[in-house]
Design a protein around this ligand. Structure first.
Ligand SMILES: Nc1ncnc2c1ncn2[C@@H]1O[C@H](COP(=O)(O)OP(=O)(O)OP(=O)(O)O)[C@@H](O)[C@H]1O
Ligand SMILES: [Mg+2]
Length: 250
């Protein structure tokens, strides 16, 4: 599904990603961990196509197609979802109206008509129930006065509605409490299927007790320097990143 080879990317002339490789297949959950400033958020932004970043070398293939030069919108329409994609507060636009628009824009890009209102309502109801989101929440203005946990809930709801092929959840900066952690984990687990894939970026080994990843990668100084299974996360927790640093420089 996603195949990244020798990816180099810079921001303001400063190279952040320095030859990164990763492959994600349908049905897989990958966790990316690594010290502050390693390039984790940069990687997610580069995959999603944020313009500030310049890809200087390497390739990003999504379902066999090179997407490195595509606009962010186009990538989203192809089924790439990134959390914090819409962190802005939009007064007067409800959670529901926002997602309706997003879905219909994607359909338009695929040459489809708007989703009939009754289907849309049915889908909203179904997903809200699945994620235990109450109706009042759906009519609130997007992100306006949302708590950290509510922002997470909204993100997971957007993800559930859009049904992306690849979801990238960057949790690093958000200071999640245990409830928000569970919201994210539940959402990911409930939406997991053999056809979609998830990349979770996290500092919290604890999150991985709830979302069991198939692979754990360590991103260090712009590269994936170590990959393993869930146990790698435990090892990192116990040993810290100095251990990785020693291995990399040895
Ligand atoms: N817009 C920017 N302008 C200048 N430097 C940037 C910008 N965005 C990122 N960087 C730099 O790129 C490096 C990697 O940042 P990035 O946010 O990808 O790290 P991270 O692994 O996500 O860290 P954290 O765990 O703290 O979230 C850092 O040194 C950061 O200062
Ligand atoms: Mg980050």
């Amino acid at each position: 599904m996603l195949k990244i080879e020798n990816l180099h990317a810079s921001i303001e002339e400063k190279e952040i990603l320095k030859g990164l490789n990763i492959e994600v297949k349908p049905g897989e959950v990958h966790a990316i961990m690594g010290p502050n400033g390693a390039g984790k958020s940069t990687l997610s932004s580069v995959i999603a196509g944020r313009e500030e970043y310049e890809v200087t070398e390497g390739s990003i293939e999504f379902n066999g197609e090179e997407i490195g030069e595509m606009e962010a919108d186009e990538r989203a329409h192809k089924g790439i979802f990134m959390s914090f994609q819409y962190p802005v507060e939009i007064p007067g636009i409800s959670v529901t109206n926002f997602i309706k628009t997003a879905i219909n824009e994607t359909r338009k890009a695929q040459g489809l008509e708007d989703m009939p209102a009754s289907d849309m309502l049915k889908k909203i109801k179904e997903k809200a129930e699945l994620l235990e989101i109450d109706r009042k929440f759906l009519s609130r203005s997007l992100n306006e006065g949302f708590s950290g946990g509510e922002k997470k809930r909204n993100e997971i709801f957007q993800m559930a509605m859009l049904e992306p092929k690849l979801a990238i959840l960057d949790e690093t900066d958000s200071g999640l409490d245990i409830d928000a952690l569970k919201i994210v984990a539940n959402g990911v687990n409930k939406l997991k299927s053999k056809d979609n894939a998830v990349i979770v970026i996290t500092h919290y080994q604890r999150l991985l007790d709830y979302i069991v990843p198939d692979f754990v990668h360590v991103l260090y100084d712009g590269k994936i320097v170590k990959s393993g299974t869930k146990e790698l996360a435990l090892e990192l927790e116990a040993k810290g990143y100095d251990w990785i640093k020693q291995e990399v420089t040895a």
